[in-house]
Design a protein. Structure first.
Length: 140
């Protein structure tokens, strides 16, 4: 009986000692994992202000689709100067292309000029010689 009591006391002692040892080890590991000096950004972190900032960024104009600026009107004239310029870019040209299938104009090149959003900058040969250039300043 005395031996049994000694064994039980020994087991209890090892259990208590082992649990204390385990607790100390866990606490030491947790202390090691904690930031020593997290700085003001981590200590002042607030998820609400982050959500507000993100919502403000998504509502900015940079995410909205920009309006595409038309260069030609519904009648095929340049909107900036109201001049009926042929796609060969010659000011005095009366029309040197086949009649357009959409508007029947001889001043439209391969694509109709009515409501077009771009202009030809220059007409050049394959070796780079410029034959004619857009006579007006182009605005971005």
């Amino acid at each position: 009986m005395l031996v049994l009591v000694k064994i039980i006391i020994t087991l209890l002692f090892f259990r208590v000692f082992f649990s204390l040892f385990l607790k100390e080890k866990i606490e030491k590991e947790l202390k090691r994992l904690v930031f020593q000096n997290p700085g003001p950004r981590v200590s002042d972190f607030s998820p609400e202000t982050r959500k507000q900032r993100k919502k403000a960024q998504t509502n900015q104009d940079c995410f909205k689709k920009p309006k595409s600026l038309k260069k030609y009107g519904t009648d095929g004239r340049l909107l900036d100067s109201n001049i009926d310029l042929c796609d060969c870019l010659e000011m005095d040209c009366l029309g040197c292309f086949y009649p357009c299938s959409k508007c029947n104009s001889t001043k439209c090149g391969p694509e109709c000029r009515c409501n077009r959003k771009w202009v030809y900058d220059k007409i050049e040969t394959e070796d780079g010689n410029v034959i004619s250039a857009f006579p007006f300043s182009t605005k971005p």
